[in-house]
Design a binder for this molecule. Structure first.
Ligand code: P1T
Length: 380
C-alpha cells in the first residue's frame, strides 16, 4: 500500500469479524471473560491489551512503515517508556532544542535515577561523535525541532548510532510520517505526541512508539504493561479516525505554512522566520532530502527582541488561538519562552534561540486569506 492508502486501511483488515463494521468497535471494557484461567480470546485485561488500542497500534506501525506500534496515554508517557529501557550509569545524547516537557522529564525525573543526558546541537551530525562514551546507550532527537525548526540529518546520525551499537530515537511529532519516515532512514524508534497531527483535532492526548526490531518491541511492551501508561479505547478510536485524514490535512498544513512563512519573511516588523522551506535555512538541503514538504510549523521573532511586543501580538490574534499544543486543524499561536518551553532555564533556552520575542505558529487548515489578514492586523 502507498502512504495515502495506509492512513485509511493500514493494519485494519478484518477489523470486526462479528458484524463487519467499517470502523473498529470501541471496546469500552477493562477486562475479558475467560472459560478457564488463560482461556481467553487474546485479551485478558485492558492495561495489557485492548482490541481498539490494538487496531490503533497496527495503524501507527503501518503509517511509519514499522513492524510494531505501541500507544500510550501521552507523548511524554511514550518517551518515559523509552528512557526506562536504560539503566543507572547509562548516557543519552539528546538534541538541545526540544519540547520543554521532554527536557523536564530527562533532567528532573531521569537524572535522579542516575541517567546522564548531554544536550547538544545536532545540525552538524558529526558533532554527536564527540559526546559518545562507552556508556552512551541512546541518541534522542526531534526534527524539525520544537520550537526552532532545526533540521537534523536522520540518515547521518543513524549511521553513527549503528556503527557504535547505540539506539537512535526520533521524535517525529512535527513532521509526521506524511513528510518523513525515520525508520526508513535508519532510526530504531519513532516517537509521536499523537496529541498533535496524528489525532489532528485537538481533542485527545496520546503518545506513540513504532519500532522494527522484535526484541526492542517486546521490551517496550513489557514497560508499557508494567508501568501502565496506556490510553483508553475511546481515545484510541479518535486517533484512528484522525489518522484517516492525515494526508489531506498535512497537504493543506504545508500549503498554508509556506504562504505564511513567505508573508512573515516579507513583513517589515519581522526579524527572522524559522522555517525549513527557505533556501537560507542552514539545513534546507537535508530537509529537501529527507522530507516530502516542509510542514505547518514555524517560529518567528520581531525586531528588537522585545518580550512585551511579542505578548501584544499573540494577544491581538483572533483567528489564531493563543494556546499550547499544535497539529490540530485550527491555527494556534504560542509564546515558547513563557508557555511550552518555560520549564527550560532561560539561560539554556536562549542558547538555542528561544528568546523572549519568539512566537511559534501551528498553521491550521483554515482559509489562507483569513490567516494572513489575522497576522497582518496583529502585527500592525
Ligand atoms: O503533550 P504530550 O502528548 O505528552 O507530548 C509531549 C511532546 C513530545 N514531543 C514533542 C515534539 C511535543 O511537541 C510534545 C508536546 N508539545 C506541546 C504540548 C507543545 O505545545 O509544543
Amino acid at each position: 500500500m502507498k502512504f495515502n492508502t495506509k492512513v485509511i486501511h493500514g493494519g485494519q483488515e478484518n477489523i470486526d469479524p462479528a458484524y463487519g463494521s467499517v470502523m473498529p468497535p470501541i471496546y469500552q471494557t477493562s477486562t475479558y471473560s475467560q472459560s478457564t484461567p488463560g482461556g481467553h480470546k487474546g485479551f485478558e485485561y485492558s492495561r495489557s491489551g485492548n482490541p481498539t488500542r490494538s487496531a490503533l497500534e497496527r495503524a501507527f506501525a503501518s503509517i511509519e512503515n514499522g513492524n510494531y506500534g505501541l500507544a500510550f496515554s501521552s507523548g511524554l508517557a511514550a518517551i518515559d517508556a523509552v528512557i526506562k529501557l536504560l539503566e543507572p550509569g547509562d548516557e543519552v545524547i539528546s538534541i538541545n532544542d526540544l519540547y520543554g516537557g521532554s527536557y523536564r522529564l530527562f533532567k528532573q525525573v531521569f537524572e535522579k535515577y542516575g541517567i546522564k543526558f548531554h544536550f547538544i546541537g545536532m545540525e552538524n551530525a558529526e558533532t554527536v561523535e564527540n559526546y559518545i562514551t562507552p556508556n552512551t546507550k541512546l541518541i534522542w532527537t526531534e526534527t524539525p525541532t520544537n520550537p526552532m525548526l532545526n533540521i537534523i540529518d536522520i540518515e547521518a546520525i543513524g549511521k553513527i548510532a549503528k556503527a557504535k551499537n547505540i539506539l537512535f530515537a526520533v521524535d517525529n511529532t512535527f513532521a509526521t510520517p506524511y513528510l518523513q519516515q525515520p525508520l526508513n532512514l535508519g532510526a530504531d524508534i519513532v516517537m509521536h505526541s499523537a496529541t498533535k497531527y496524528l489525532g489532528g483535532h485537538s481533542d485527545v492526548v496520546m503518545g506513540a512508539l513504532v519500532v522494527n526490531d522484535k526484541d526492542l518491541a517486546d521490551r517496550l511492551y513489557f514497560i508499557q504493561n508494567a508501568s501502565g501508561a496506556v490510553c483508553g479505547p475511546q481515545d484510541s478510536f479518535l486517533v484512528l479516525r484522525g489518522i484517516k485524514t492525515l494526508h489531506v490535512r498535512m497537504q493543506r498544513h504545508c500549503e498554508n505554512g509556506r504562504a505564511i512563512a513567505e508573508f512573515l519573511q516579507a513583513h517589515p516588523k519581522i526579524e527572522k522566520v524559522f522555517w525549513p522551506g527557505f533556501e537560507t535555512h542552514p539545513n534546507h538541503e537535508i530537509a529537501k532530502k529527507q522530507m516530502n514538504d516542509f510542514g505547518g510549523m514555524l517560529s518567528f521573532s520581531t525586531k528588537g527582541n522585545n518580550y512585551e511586543q511579542a505578548i501584544k501580538i499573540v494577544e491581538k490574534l483572533k483567528v489564531f488561538t493563543l494556546a499550547e499544543s499544535l497539529g490540530g486543524v485550527e491555527s494556534l499561536a504560542g509564546h515558547p519562552a513563557s508557555m511550552t518551553h518555560a520549564s527550560i532555564p532561560k539561560e539554556e533556552r536562549e542558547k538555542t534561540g528561544v528568546l523572549d520575542s519568539l512566537i511559534r505558529l501551528s498553521v491550521g487548515i483554515e482559509d489562507i486569506d483569513d490567516l494572513i489578514s489575522d497576522l497582518k492586523q496583529a502585527l500592525d
